[in-house]
Design a protein around this ligand. Sequence first.
Ligand SMILES: [Zn+2]
Length: 449
Amino acid sequence: MSGTTDIYARLSLDRAGDELGVQRQVAACRKFAAEHGWTVRKVLVDNDTSATSGKVRPAFEELLKSDPERMVVWHVDRLVRLTPDLERIIKLGVNVHAVTAGHLDLSNPAGRAVARTVTAWATYEGEQKALRQRAKNDQLAETGKPYKCQRAFGFERDGMTIRDTEAAELRKAADGVLAGRSLNALSKDLNQRGIRTATGKTWRTTTLKAALLSPRNAGLRRHRGQVIGPAAWPAILDETTATALRAILTDPSRSKRGPDRRYLLSGVMTCGKCSGPVVGAFVKDGNKGETYRCQKIHVTRKAAPIDEYVLGLVARRLAEPDAADLFAAADHGDELAELRDELTGARSRLDGLAEAFAAGDIDRQALAAGSRRLRDRIATLEAMVGALAVNPAVSEVASAEDAAEALAALPQDQQRQVIDALLTIKLMPIGRRGADVWEGLDIEWKGSK
Ligand SMILES: [Zn+2]
């Protein structure tokens, strides 16, 4: 097939503070184009730009200008969330191929109708979200509470006043990172001293990393995912520290071999005898060194060969064409929780409708109309949840051209997330020494039924 092909990617909220999301989209689009034998002419990327904000998206404009024969996008909502945007694309007569949602044929009336429906729903999503937020804020304002219900670690509830004890912890953790300590060790230290996050949870490497990279703590204001300038509140971390932290914590080679080397499969495996967790432990006697064992020491195995074996296994499986089937729901995030919430609401409204009909409160026609609307809505929400329910580390590996390479390039904690999302590993006691590494390893793919 000939003709020009352009890729368009967009990240609406740059959560991790890096471009990972966009790179993932681009990688998936490239793969999709390659599979169809299309040569990619241009890759156009809008980072941190919301398509509902009405702001100009430079790459999107460039895309319209360059007028390709076809566009490849991750999902249609990356390209158009507003009907006017769609109409501009329809005018071009370009074909849109979405990696996740299939081909949008804009050359015939039926295809355009589908596209307009999808976009109408996307617009509805955006407006609903804004409405919900406004209603929430109005309600909070009426009760005199601040808009943001969630306090940020290091600040008082007003979001303006520094909470000195917590700010000191953040500075201490920052110093630790600059001194070469791992996030894992630092979060353990916080937890051991009884310090909790703003929501009262124990620290994890991910939450600590997010706190250390947060623009808020560097005295910067973010609006709709974009740093827009100095904030009205004071900074907890000075500019030099914040910059150094960013350089260290966003370095992809980080945490492969830090001063506190962590065990790849620590907490991922369980003991075949007691079902307890198997964790990494350094055993001094018997020349064992780094091992995995359960708390009751039913099993003790050298760590390195098991790590190597499991990594190889996952990498090979990921290279197979149907690997996508393995990516069952893994890590979620707030957006997903919110969608799930809404989905539950829509389902219970559907039930309520049936009850109202049974009670004679509404007639058959109203029931039919109402349930059709709700069913459509539920289907949309289900699709959105499905699209989201993938661990970012997992989808990064999945969308890479060379999955083995991508997995190897991930920091160890993310490799662990990938393995944990895909595999159930039981470590069985084995009697003899010198056995092959896979002996005693009882491994199951979570996605397979
Ligand atoms: Zn055990």
